[in-house]
Design a protein around this ligand. Structure first.
Ligand code: ATP
Ligand code: MG
Length: 506
């Protein structure tokens, strides 16, 4: 199959526009040439023809005048002038005869020739009689016939002039018509060229911009961790090739991500057993079962205990994420008291909060009967949200927990798919608000992706792996709820998560 490549499309577009322009230029040159010919024939033939016709008439009048003067005065000077004008007349007539382009004028020229000859023969007869004593004066002898001949002659010359003038007017009309037509056709061609150019520009730009936009969206989705997203390749041009290359890149990324997950999962799993052994050995040492331990050794052993605990928690988080990604996270759904879970989580964290002089309070906005959930997993969500709040709230701040029932219409959805929430009439919303450092709005979605931490390390003191919120998101979504964060008006942020409360899945 011939590749319908971009450059071919561009080439085709420009060739089409150039062809339009060439067609218009050739047409205009052809028309101008024709107009030139018409003008030329007017200037070279018609105008001189009319001028000569008029002069022909003048020289005839001169002949008549001088002939009459000679007959009356018998002065040879008039006869000479007559002869001069006769020759001039004949020369002009010859010129007209040679320059006629229209055969219709030939009989007229012949008629003028004949009539002039007739007139000349009458004049020559009269001239012979001049000076002789005649009863009838010479100029009266052929008067009537001469007058008739001259009238016919004048009429024929006038007709010749008029015919040529009519032709001239027709040519000027034609000239105007051609000019008008050419302008009209040129305008149509220009209009077509402009329209084609505009359509070409529009469709061409669209054919590039639309796939580029799709690529941009896809890149954004991949950048946000949706490694399963692929582009539908519909064209086989350069953009199509780019799309195919993009999909190949995504496959590779997915493969590498899978390899990384597998690696992390294997390493975490293999670390778990030695860590448990270290912890137990540490405990045995602390309990002085293996022998006496000095105070400074106890201090060191406590630090080791704390760090191994942290390491265990991290490994558990990593294993949780691996399980979630592999779709192996198991839930134990039971009707449980959410208030109880919140209370317990708050009690567990209270000691840590008090050590940082952070006030923890709980506003229970509604009495919520038992709902279907996995107690441990929801407690895990609560623990992470509360530990984050403490981590990122400076000393002297406060943490407020709220529990409310909300109508499903008033719940925004961030990560949950809309159709999963369709049958839910109302939700339980748990909100944990702090007076901490807050989170930039542009990071509100991103922090729920694994290993994503806003550049605030050190501010809160404690470090983490950036897995807590990602795990919480998956747990909440698997419960049919949603999770999101908002910035508080004053300072700090509020994390909300919802769980289906009254629903109808029938
Ligand atoms: N209450 C909060 N105030 C300010 N920033 C927060 C808050 N909660 C979370 N964050 C930001 O979101 C990031 C991700 O949180 P997450 O709980 O996933 O990871 P972590 O707490 O850093 O590590 P882990 O929970 O795995 O120990 C945090 O590193 C922090 O930058
Ligand atoms: Mg955390």
């Amino acid at each position: 199959m011939i590749k319908n490549s971009l450059w071919k499309r561009i080439l085709f577009g420009y060739i089409a526009i150039v062809l339009f322009m060439l067609a218009m230029s050739f047409y205009l040159i052809f028309r101008l040439n024709y107009l030139n010919k018409v003008t030329d024939s007017i200037m070279r033939a018609d105008i001189p023809f009319v001028e000569n016709g008029e002069k022909l008439l003048d020289s005839l009048l001169e002949q008549i005048r001088n002939e009459k003067k000679y007959i009356i005065t018998n002065d040879n000077a008039f006869l000479d002038l007559f002869g001069q004008k006769r020759r001039e007349f004949q020369e002009r007539l010859k010129y007209l005869e040679e320059s006629i382009a229209n055969r219709e004028k030939e009989p007229l020229i012949n008629q003028i020739k004949e009539l002039h000859k007739k007139y000349l023969s009458m004049v020559s007869k009269e001239i012979i009689l001049v000076g002789k004593e005649e009863i009838i004066p010479p100029h009266t002898r052929y008067e009537d016939e001469k007058k008739k001949t001259l009238d016919q002659l004048t009429e024929a010359i006038n007709k010749l002039i008029l015919t040529t003038q009519t032709e001239l007017i027709k040519k000027i009309g034609l000239f105007q018509e051609i000019g008008y037509k050419s302008a009209k056709i040129s305008l149509v061609i220009i209009l077509f060229a402009v329209l084609f150019g505009a359509f070409f520009a529009y469709f061409f730009t669209r054919s590039i911009c639309a796939p580029v936009r799709i690529l941009k969206d896809a890149t954004e989705r991949i950048a946000h961790g949706d490694l399963d997203y692929r582009i539908e390749v519909t064209s086989n041009d350069e953009i199509g090739t780019l799309g195919t290359a993009f999909n190949q890149m995504c496959n590779k990324l997915k493969e590498m991500d899978q390899m990384k997950t597998d690696f992390v999962s294997n390493v975490s799993h293999n670390l778990k057993t030695p860590l448990t052994v270290i912890r137990e050995a540490n405990d045995l040492l602390l309990e002085k079962i293996a022998g006496p331990v000095s105070d400074s050794q106890v201090k060191l052993l406590n630090i080791t205990k704390e760090e191994t605990l942290r390491l265990t928690m991290m490994i558990n988080d990593l294993l949780d994420i691996s399980r979630i990604e592999a779709g192996l996270m198991r839930y134990n759904f039971q009707y449980s008291d959410i208030q109880d879970i919140i209370r317990k989580s708050a009690d567990e964290i209270r000691f840590l909060a008090e050590s940082k002089h952070i006030h923890v309070q709980w506003i229970n906005g509604a009495f919520i009967p038992k709902i279907l959930l996995d107690r441990d997993k929801i407690a895990q969500v609560m623990d992470n949200l509360l530990s984050n709040a403490i981590k990122f709230t400076p000393s002297g701040g406060s943490i407020t927990m709220t529990l409310t029932e909300v109508d499903s219409k008033n719940v925004p959805h961030f990560f949950a798919e809309q159709n999963r929430l369709n049958n839910v009439h109302s939700f339980v919303r748990v909100s944990i608000s702090d007076t901490g450092i807050g989170i930039p709005v542009e990071c509100h979605k991103m922090i729920f992706d694994k290993f994503q931490q806003v550049n605030n390390k050190g501010k809160g003191g404690m470090k983490g792996t950036g897995l807590g919120l990602s795990i919480a998101k998956h747990i909440v979504l698997d419960h049919g709820g949603d999770i999101w964060v908002e910035n508080n008006d004053g300072k700090g942020s509020t994390f909300h998560f919802t769980l289906p409360f009254r629903y109808d899945y029938s």
